[in-house]
Design a protein. Structure first.
Length: 135
């Protein structure tokens, strides 16, 4: 399980494994998915591989779908909104500069997260997940 330690300034001073995790997700997205005849890794008969790409591009994805938890990673988009019956869930990304790739702070409805995981119940209730990225 990924762990993060929140510094007194609410910046994520994460263990090396957390940054390696985000770097590996970025590598998979850029090297194993593209727009040619073999543009995704593995067998996509049921859509699970393309669904992983879309979710990871939003900054969340399930490692184990049965756990009800989503791991967090650096989003590709500045803003994504998921329209749900209980209210919209919006993911926003604030970058200190265009090439910012490290999570400095992640907050749910303004409250800093203590881990780089998010329970499914936090999404279905609606709200805002904000990633602050730095170089």
């Amino acid at each position: 399980m990924y762990r993060a330690i929140i510094a007194s300034t609410n910046e994520i001073a994460a263990q090396r494994s957390d940054w390696c995790h985000s770097a590996m997700v970025a590598k998979i997205r850029s090297e194993l998915y593209n727009n040619n005849y073999n543009g995704y890794a593995g067998n996509d008969d049921c859509g699970e591989m393309s669904a992983w790409y879309v979710m990871s591009a939003m900054g969340i994805y399930p490692v184990n779908p049965a756990s009800g938890l989503y791991d967090l990673t650096v989003p590709l988009f500045d803003s994504v909104t998921i329209h749900l019956p209980s209210g919209d869930f919006t993911i926003t990304t604030k970058r200190s500069r265009a090439d910012a790739t490290k999570m400095r702070r992640v907050a749910l409805n303004g409250a800093p997260l203590q881990t780089l995981q998010l329970p499914h119940s936090s999404i279905v209730g609606g709200g805002t997940l904000t990633f602050e990225l730095s170089r």
